[in-house]
Design a protein around this ligand. Structure first.
Ligand SMILES: [Ca+2]
Ligand SMILES: [Ca+2]
Length: 236
């Protein structure tokens, strides 16, 4: 008896997920089985489990419309194959959720870590945010204290950590004394003590959908505004 077998795409696609096979074979008298092999393509990317079919066909019976041989009749002439994914893309979070930095620093470095798997390319968005929406003396101000950031952070296959930098706006006390600045300074000093300011950095929108953001999804950055300038100069 002579028949053909061939693969048919479903959610699994050829040649991304498996290699197409189409062959005509003859089964001999007294032979009761034949084994066929279909190469499966392994990758490192997370994806859902995917299906494709293998069907048996009659090489002598060509379908007029498709021009291809027709599938053999019967319910048992088509077999579904499911490719189970074996890749773990991991989860993303900050290494530290609290960072304290000098007001004279030009930037703050923040580490993002990838845990529980490092297969394939994944990403998330990083976003800076004010401490609170309302008026708050502890609010760090965009462009006055820090440069806001909203960008995609990508982790490639096998990468488990990434350091991102956020620029700070340092307002050093002018060294030269002009009367105007002195007057202004006095005025400021009398009205209010400098207060440490804080802004938030958040992780969001992980991709692909299997990637989770860990509990460490917000990092609070405190800029030490109350730090003594002269002491800092001496320490250096
Ligand atoms: Ca794999
Ligand atoms: Ca995969």
């Amino acid at each position: 008896m002579t028949f053909g077998y061939r693969t048919v795409n479903d959610t699994a696609k050829c040649p991304k997920d498996y290699l197409h096979v189409d062959e005509v074979i003859t089964i001999q008298k007294r032979e009761t089985e034949k084994k066929i092999y279909i190469p499966i393509v392994d990758d490192n990317e997370w994806e859902p489990d995917l299906d494709f079919f293998v069907e048996l066909y009659d090489p002598g019976k060509i379908n007029n419309i498709s021009g291809l041989p027709e599938k053999l009749n019967g319910d048992d002439t088509k077999c579904m194959i499911t490719i189970l994914d074996d890749d773990f893309p991991g989860s993303l979070g900050f290494a530290e959720t609290d960072i304290v930095i000098s007001k004279n620093a030009e930037k703050v470095s923040i580490k993002i870590v990838r845990l529980e798997g490092a297969d394939g390319t994944i990403s998330c968005m990083i976003r800076t945010e004010n401490l609170s929406e309302t008026q708050n003396p502890s609010n760090a101000e965009e462009y006055e204290d820090y440069v806001p950031k909203y960008e995609k952070v990508e982790f490639y296959q096998g990468e488990t950590e990434k350091v991102i930098e956020i620029s700070l706006v340092s307002k050093k006390t002018p060294q030269l004394d002009s009367k105007m600045i002195d007057d202004h300074k006095e005025e400021q000093e009398s009205s209010e003590e400098p207060c440490d300011v804080i802004f938030k950095v958040k992780l969001e929108k992980p991709e692909p959908s299997e990637v989770k953001i860990s509990k460490k999804k917000t990092c609070m950055v405190t800029i030490l505004k109350s730090e003594d300038d002269e002491k800092y100069e001496e320490d250096r």
